[in-house]
Design a protein around this ligand. Structure first.
Ligand code: HEM
Length: 427
């Protein structure tokens, strides 16, 4: 989808773009006490009684990065809104409370100076709330709905998946670098409408912008490489769109900011979604039987996979006022993170929540794509991409199984996926 909104006279530009690697960096790193924050209070660990929230206070980032689920289960039971000292903010792990936060942007906003992505790529739908958020998001919404996604992308995804599978060596492959990563990058490039730009160039912009966001998050300036990459992306976006038009109330710079956000959104997350789904299916298959009895089960298996291991595990908000949530007295300016991974295993909603059950009736209630005004714009595209990826892998690679000689546990504080996924099949 190109970035120009639908009122453009340039038909090639009628298809919008995608968001999000930045979320990993921006939203994972705790706000630095040095970061100047106008009009909000600073992190206030020292103000809270030390006997409160012992589980959250004792939690380490390493624990959340490696296998967070036992910790999240303890938090959900005892401290569903806990003070996570390691991140200098609150962590919400209960499903109902997670939904409350995500659906109340007036109290829990993304629009905060600590949100570093906007300092690199400018304000976008990801960093705004209220009327401004709607103004930035609305022009991009239509091409991401179910029918347009199928029409525009299914064929491309299938062709690219087949091309990547055909290029694999016989009998074994590492699916992150040889399949899921390149597939996600190709689809985003197409979604951005950047057909005159090759996938490697898009990936290099992405890497430079992510590095710049990390630098800003750590208190540094925007790197020259990051600024240059964004300038190149902006120029490419501009080439796709009619210069004469200010599309649906967005300036060309604003279109470019949202294009960057769409690019961030579609690469790491979708790569993770595909890898986690393949891993869940193969790890849970009975030896000697296919991972799925019917292809009809693919959509629910995907929902169950993103419930159990959401590719984006945490989203961040900032309190706009003092508010009580669970047992926590949140103060204006506090960082409030929602653990999607925690909420998705809440036994009050999902019985036997640690089990992978491809027939789970309410798997689709998972919060992997968030809720409320920032509900993932690319959800249908990511679902379509993952469904086609799984179907092509299972069709083309008979006896597909995990390679027992390589570890495949998912890792990551925010973006969770196996760093490598080695598989074998019968040739
Ligand atoms: C083609 C793939 C994707 C695209 C184009 C995309 C795009 C976007 C965009 C533009 C937003 C911002 C919406 C807004 O703020 O109004 C967003 C939000 C979000 N996306 Fe995606 N996304 C994709 C895949 C995924 C995947 C695979 C996941 C996880 C399984 C995911 C999880 C999320 C979450 C949790 C948010 C909410 C962020 C927040 O509230 O702070 N996305 N996505």
């Amino acid at each position: 989808m190109a970035m120009c909104p639908p009122n453009s006279d340039n038909r090639a530009c009628r298809r919008p773009a995608l968001e999000f690697v930045a979320v990993r960096r921006i939203k994972t790193v705790s706000p630095s006490p040095e970061t100047p924050v106008t009009g909000v209070t600073k992190p206030r660990d020292h103000e809270l009684p030390t006997e409160q929230f012992p589980i959250g206070r004792g939690a380490s980032l390493a624990e959340l990065d490696n296998d967070p689920h036992p910790l999240l289960a303890r938090l959900r039971t005892k401290e569903p809104v806990s003070w996570l000292a390691a991140r200098g903010g609150w962590l919400v792990t209960r499903y109902d409370l997670a939904v409350t936060v995500m659906r109340d942007p007036a109290t829990f906003t993304v629009d905060d100076p600590r949100f570093s992505t906007s300092r690199v790529v400018g304000p976008s739908m990801l960093s705004l709330d209220g009327a401004d958020h709607l103004r930035h998001r609305a022009p991009f919404a239509h091409p991401f709905r179910t029918a347009p996604v199928k029409d525009r992308f299914a064929e491309l995804i299938e062709a690219e998946a087949d091309r990547l599978i055909s290029a694999m060596p016989a009998g074994s492959a590492e699916l992150r670098r040889e399949f899921a990563g390149p597939l996600a990058a190709k689809v985003v490039t197409e979604a951005l409408g950047l057909r005159d730009v090759d996938v490697d160039t898009v990936l290099s912009w992405y890497a430079a912008i992510v590095a710049a966001v990390s630098e800003v998050t750590a208190g540094g300036p925007v790197t020259q490489a990051g600024a240059d990459a964004f300038a190149e992306l902006k120029a490419a976006v501009r080439r796709r769109c009619s210069k004469a038009l200010a599309p649906e109330g967005l300036s060309h710079d604003e279109v470019a900011s949202n294009a960057a956000v769409l690019m961030f959104g579609g690469i790491d997350t979708t790569e993770g979604m595909i890898l986690n789904a393949v891993r869940h299916l193969l790890a849970n298959a009975e030896p000697g039987t296919p991972p799925l009895e019917h292809t009809d089960l693919v959509p629910n298996a995907i929902e169950e996979s993103i419930r159990l291991e959401p590719a984006a595990a945490v989203v961040d908000r900032y309190a706009t006022r003092d508010v009580e949530l669970g047992d926590a007295r949140i103060r204006r300016g506090d960082l409030v993170s929602v653990s999607i991974a925690g909420a998705n295993r809440d036994p009050a909603v999902f019985c036997d929540p640690d089990r992978f059950d491809i027939r789970r009736a309410n798997a689709r209630l998972n919060l992997a794509f968030a809720q409320g005004p920032h509900f993932c714009l690319g959800a249908q595209l990511a679902r379509t991409e993952t469904a086609i990826a799984i179907s092509r892998l299972l069709d083309r690679l008979p006896g597909l199984r995990l390679d027992p000689d390589h570890p495949n546990a998912p890792m990551g504080l925010v973006f969770r996926k196996p760093p490598e996924l080695h598989v074998r099949w019968t040739v």
